[in-house]
Write a protein that binds this ligand. Sequence first.
Ligand code: ADP
Ligand code: MG
Length: 225
Amino acid sequence: MIELRDINRIFRVGDEKVHALQDIRLTFEHGEYVSIMGPSGSGKSTLLNILGLLDKPTSGSYLLDGIDITSMSDNQQADVRRNKIGFVFQSFHLISRLTAAENIALPLTLAGMPPKQRDSRVRDVLESVGLTERAEHRPDQLSGGQRQRVAIARATIMRPTILLADEPTGNLDSRTAGEVLDLFAQLHEQRKMTLVVVTHSDEVAARAQRIIHVFDGQVSEHGLD
Ligand code: ADP
Ligand code: MG
């Protein structure tokens, strides 16, 4: 379970202060599928970056499975991020000179997994995202939907329990966006992952169980049912 207690994030730019998140109190249960909506500049990415341990709150605490992440050292936080959290971005962030299989394998390579074990894990994941035939293709030889599926495969290859996605379908047309959403549904239903998806699209948000609205750095919730 994730618990955010009174999270604030203030950016300082010169003499200016931007209060990007204000007193955020939120909990996410294990295996929940949540979407985050809100206008541009409202603080969605800041919230997701804090959830993903890519950024630190100015104040407040972040508890993951009852453990206070905010009091951990940078190394401990990096460990938690590597093992428990996957992150997906709007622009995929794949490495252009590596093949799909090599991109997906990267976290395992960095973790020092032996090649045989690694290759078999990559083969399984390629199959589960429907890209076995594209294993040797580089990103520029793949469609947007295929690229995002490679990015999701890479983000989940360490078997994290949480997947965070920042506008993952923002660069995709509605058909290829559908492929990505089907994959999220699969990760949610079969792997019981906790999914948090930032989106501008009502259609994308509607696939989640719960929608959080962010406005001017503050959250409000409206249940779906
Ligand atoms: P969203 O993802 O909803 O579009 P962001 O979380 O990116 O919004 O930004 C929220 C606010 O914080 C905006 O006013 C933005 O300009 C500001 N902000 C975000 N990141 C930084 C940063 N690194 N430095 C200064 N201001 C930032
Ligand atoms: Mg954003």
